[in-house]
Design a binder for this molecule. Structure first.
Ligand SMILES: *Cc1c(COP(=O)(O)O)cnc(C)c1O
Length: 457
């Protein structure tokens, strides 16, 4: 009996079975950069007689690891089935974006507040080609055929979502292309091709790696001609994934769906709790809700975009992503909060199984300095909630102590002033008294003052 088409959770474990060439169940790691040609002289074909198209290559044959290698081929094979497009993997998310720009070489790119590093790549490209940057929401008329609309959703570091279909229509109405940076919503949460994306980009360093130990990037496209070009360009860009990273990447993809959906669920629960506490009506003075209200100013996450439900529910049917952001009432608190948490590492990046928090001012010069980005991991969500609330309370307590200290200092300063005023009053009265009773001719004011002031010594 023929199987019906397998679901993503199954494909993550079996899409690369065709590449097995040893009996090991766990794929071996291949570190070699170079691979022996056949021992049979009749099987040797000179390169000039070979097709350079990726689909004409035997996926089990390799020559040199800047072209293809066993572990990265596995990684790409699995991802092609999960992303529903032809996948080319790169050494980082930014090198993937760079490759996309090399492919399309647009004259204009409409881009929002996207990840700051992507703006860095665009700036670099502008220096070489004169690429002009437009606002994401510029009038469509400013775009021309071959230009690019570059949408990131959900958006780093905020965790808020944008309507892919809207930007696809805008780009296509002008003959421009839509690239979606879908790093914050990997397969299992969002498929940008369904809503009109021409290229889907991921920083695989986040959820694909999933354990904070792999740097990589991915482009996916449904256009075969683009895939061939990307694949061929990469040989000369040289930005391939390393062998160890590819091996770790395959191991991570096995659990992608279950990780990402659970992390997203955890985030949604935390966000719902914090949002509820933030808007609780007159909480009791020592309650958790009062602590949340005392410290938190704002919370951002796609799950809170209630007005956007009509398109957002379709775009993200299985959850709104494991990253959200909070804005605290004071910059100083944003600096201090991470050091009070037990279950969130204070570090940049996201997507790992462990929860991270970052005072975003550490790496992004553009954002509100009161903002913290939270990447929710696989810990029990209530443990995470309790950790956050305890840290909020610690901040409030610390600042109560600080306020008290300041009040006490102010009090002493004030008392000191009174004391010295009283001293001066005393001195003045002494002088006045002695002047009144002295022989005004023989005593100068100076000498009386001197004898009064230093009489105590
Ligand atoms: C991290 C990140 C990138 C850059 O990816 P690297 O793998 O670090 O090069 C691009 N876009 C988004 C949304 C990111 O979070």
């Amino acid at each position: 009996m023929a199987h019906p088409p397998a679901q993503p959770a199954t494909l993550a474990l079996h899409a690369d079975d065709v590449l097995n060439n040893v009996t090991d169940v766990a794929p071996p790691i291949h570190l070699s950069t170079t691979f022996r040609y056949s021992d049979n002289p009749d099987e040797l074909t000179p390169i000039a007689d070979l097709s350079e198209k990726p689909q004409d290559q035997d996926p089990k044959q390799h020559v040199y690891s800047r072209v293809t290698a066993p572990n990265s081929t596995r990684f790409e094979t699995i991802l092609s089935s999960l992303l529903k497009g032809h996948v080319v993997a790169y050494s980082s998310g930014l090198s993937a974006l760079h490759a996309a720009l090399v492919l399309l070489n647009p004259r204009r790119i409409a881009v929002g507040h996207n990840y700051h590093g992507c703006h860095g790549v665009i700036a670099l490209f502008s220096r070489l080609t004169g690429l002009q940057k437009l606002d994401l929401d510029c009038p469509a008329e400013q775009l021309e055929a071959g230009d690019v609309v570059f949408l990131e959703t959900p958006l780093n570091p905020h965790g808020t979502a944008f309507n892919i279909e809207h930007y696809a229509q805008k780009a296509h109405s002008r003959g421009a292309y839509l690239i979606v940076d879908s790093t914050f919503a990997p397969p299992g949460l969002q498929n940008p091709f369904e809503f009109g994306a021409d290229i889907v980009m991921h920083s695989g360093s986040k959820y694909f790696g999933g354990h904070s130990d792999v740097l990589c990037g991915v482009l996916a496209t449904n256009r075969k001609d683009w895939y061939e070009r990307l694949w061929g360009d990469r040989v000369y860009l040289g930005s391939v994934m390393g062998n160890l990273e590819s091996w770790l990447g395959v191991r991570s993809l096995r659990t992608l769906e279950v990780r990402v959906q659970r992390q997203s669920q955890n985030a949604e629960r935390l966000v719902a709790y914090l949002d509820g506490a933030l808007h609780a009506f007159r909480p009791a003075a020592d309650s958790d809700e009062a602590a949340v209200q005392g410290v938190l100013y704002q919370i951002n996450h796609a799950s809170l975009q209630r007005g956007d439900a009509s398109w957002l529910k379709k775009q993200m049917p299985n959850g709104f992503g494991p990253v959200f952001s909070i804005v605290l009432r004071k910059e100083e608190w944003a600096r201090r909060l991470p050091s009070k948490l037990a279950y969130f590492h204070h570090a940049t990046s996201l997507g790992g199984v462990e929860s991270l928090i970052e005072w975003r001012a550490m790496t992004d010069a553009r954002v509100d300095r009161r903002l913290l980005r939270v990447s929710v991991g696989l810990e029990n969500w209530e443990d995470l909630r309790n950790d956050l609330v305890a840290a909020f309370k610690a901040l409030l307590k610390e600042s109560t102590v600080e306020v008290l200290q300041q009040a006490i200092e102010a009090y002493f300063l004030w008392m000191n002033n009174i004391q010295s005023n009283l001293d001066w009053l005393g001195t003045y009265m002494c002088v006045w008294y002695r002047l009144r009773n002295s022989d005004r001719q023989s005593l100068s004011i100076d000498s009386i003052l001197e004898s009064t002031l230093y009489s105590g010594q």
